[in-house]
Design a protein around this ligand. Structure first.
Ligand code: PHE
Length: 500
């Protein structure tokens, strides 16, 4: 029989009576384990080898575990120091014991918690009283056993405990063992011939005509292969692109504009008084850069007038201080409604005719406290529709249509307040895992005080939705930091299926 050379080598190295692991054989043959695995499965196909698989657990000490094996577990050191000073009869102050046991920093907490947990002693009023008959310490014994590689007889509860203390790590690997089958033995006795196999067709093989005589290696498409984690578009980016496609499909055009912008576009155009908490309510990041002089003078004057005197017959304005200096100060935008303002000003400039629909999916910056649903920056899905006459029903209908494309059909609306819209609504959706209602956006119909200086004659409904929250509803993430930033879960990002 003629077989590829790796298979012949493997057949000859395998035994009918002794089971050998692939790792052993790879070692013996000086071959790559993946190549031996491949050959083993090929021979199994031919009925010449038996291959058995089982999952083996490997246990190894972490760096901290290894240190404790050398120095002793902190709680044992504290316990022994306590015995030494007679704290089995009279409580001894923690400070003294910590010094005697030479513990510091984190080790002190570790020692105290575990001392109490293991019942080695009691801690009361800053002093420790230990039990002289506390007996053996299975955790300390297990540390040594793991280090010596003899984990077979260890209690899995003790290993769990050490694992949760971060002192050891368990990993699972698939071990494949190989034995020669009866047919394998027969074939070997009859004699096998090694054929040099070619894995890849080369130009030389083709031009020389040699390809016709060589033996090509078979591909085993079922064999395990290493995972290649190559680059991949982040799901946040993919979802952002999908959002863009959906909105374009709904007749919207995309807006662009600066991340660092004048407060004029971020706040003043939105009828947020300069001395109102609303100005800090975004907790924006101010930049130490020269003021933005490109703000159009005539618009600046109209906005100032709206702030000072209001708009329309009943308008009253804020009667509060207003200066162009504040308006020209540059901040990182806390919302992309600044882009909506920039684009809506196209009406006054005669560049836009009604009706119009615009959107952006862009980053915004807020000085929030980091938590599972808040980041210092996130993507906002901004949008606005300008038409002759619009109502809350148009707004709700637009959201229903939009979110339906992402499989979200249980939207809830809550009345809300924004200085620039009236009425205003917050949007909520149900988290698929926790069932909790989470806020996914904010919206409303712009006030006259916003629209009039911008030269808009008609109605404008607008919104800012959080892209990350949409992602949470689509994929069931509970912590936004799984997908964003330095704490992100790489495994999840690599493996998550993109919903289409
Ligand atoms: N700017 C609002 C926010 O960031 C969203 C919004 C935009 C609300 C437009 C109403 C109109 O929450």
């Amino acid at each position: 029989m003629r077989l590829p050379d790796t298979q012949v080598a493997l057949l000859e190295a395998a035994s009918a009576t002794e089971t050998k692991t692939v790792a052993q054989l790879a070692d013996e043959l000086g071959e790559d384990p993946a190549a031996v695995t491949r050959a083993a499965f090929e021979l199994k196909e031919e009925g010449l080898l038996d291959v058995e698989e089982h999952v083996a657990e490997e246990v190894a000490l972490t760096e901290e575990g290894d240190r404790y094996r050398d120095e002793g577990l902190p709680e044992r050191r504290l316990y022994e120091a306590a015995l030494e000073v007679g704290a089995d009869e009279r409580p001894a102050p923690i400070g003294r014991l910590v010094g005697a046991a030479d513990l510091d920093g984190e080790a002190v907490d570790i020692a105290l918690t575990n001392l109490a947990r293991k019942g080695l002693g009691e801690i009361d009023d800053g002093a420790v009283l230990v039990d002289p008959d506390a007996g053996d310490d299975p955790e300390a014994e297990a540390l040594s056993a793991v280090a010596e590689g003899s984990t077979g007889y260890l209690d899995s509860g003790v290993l769990d405990r050490l694992e949760s203390r971060g002192l050891l790590e368990r990993t699972e690997t698939t071990v494949r063992s190989v034995t020669l089958s009866d047919d394998g033995v027969t074939v070997l006795m009859e004699g096998v011939e090694a054929a040099e196999t070619v894995g890849q067709v080369t130009p030389e093989l083709l031009t020389s005509g040699e390809w016709a005589d060589v033996e090509f290696a078979d591909y085993n498409v079922e064999a395990d292969a290493g995972t290649v984690a190559g680059g991949r578009e982040h799901i946040l980016r993919r979802t952002a692109n999908r959002v863009k496609d959906v909105l374009v499909g709904m007749g919207f055009r995309e807006m662009e504009g600066p991340h660092a912008d004048a407060e004029f576009w971020i706040n003043d155009c939105l009828f947020m008084p300069q001395d109102h908490p609303a100005r800090t309510h975004w907790d924006q990041f101010g930049l130490e850069v020269p003021p933005m002089e490109s703000v159009p003078e005539d618009l600046l004057e109209r906005v100032e007038d709206a702030h000072r005197n209001g708009v329309g017959e009943d308008g009253d304005g804020y009667h509060s201080p207003w200066t162009p200096e504040v308006a020209k100060q540059v901040d990182l935008r806390g919302h992309t409604t600044s882009l909506s303002m920039r684009h809506l000003s196209g009406f006054a400039a005669g560049e836009l005719e009604p009706p119009q629909r615009y959107f952006s999916v862009e980053k915004v910056y807020r000085n929030d406290t980091l938590d599972p649903t808040h980041l210092l920056e996130f993507f906002q899905i901004e949008g606005w529709v300008m038409a002759e006459e619009l109502s809350v029903r148009d707004l709700m209908g637009t959201f229903t249509e939009f979110y339906e494309q992402f499989g979200i059909t249980d939207l809830e609306f809550k009345p809300h307040y924004n200085p620039y819209t009236e009425p205003s609504f917050e949007l909520f959706g149900e988290h698929p895992e926790t069932g909790e209602l989470i806020e996914i956006g904010n919206s409303g119909i712009f006030r006259e005080e916003v629209l009039s200086p911008l030269g808009v004659d008609g109605d404008v409904m607008a919104w800012g939705l959080a892209l990350e929250r949409l992602l949470m509803l689509m994929y069931g993430f509970e912590d936004i930091r799984d997908v964003h930033g330095t704490l992100c879960d790489l495994e999840l990002l690599r493996n998550v299926e993109v919903v289409h």
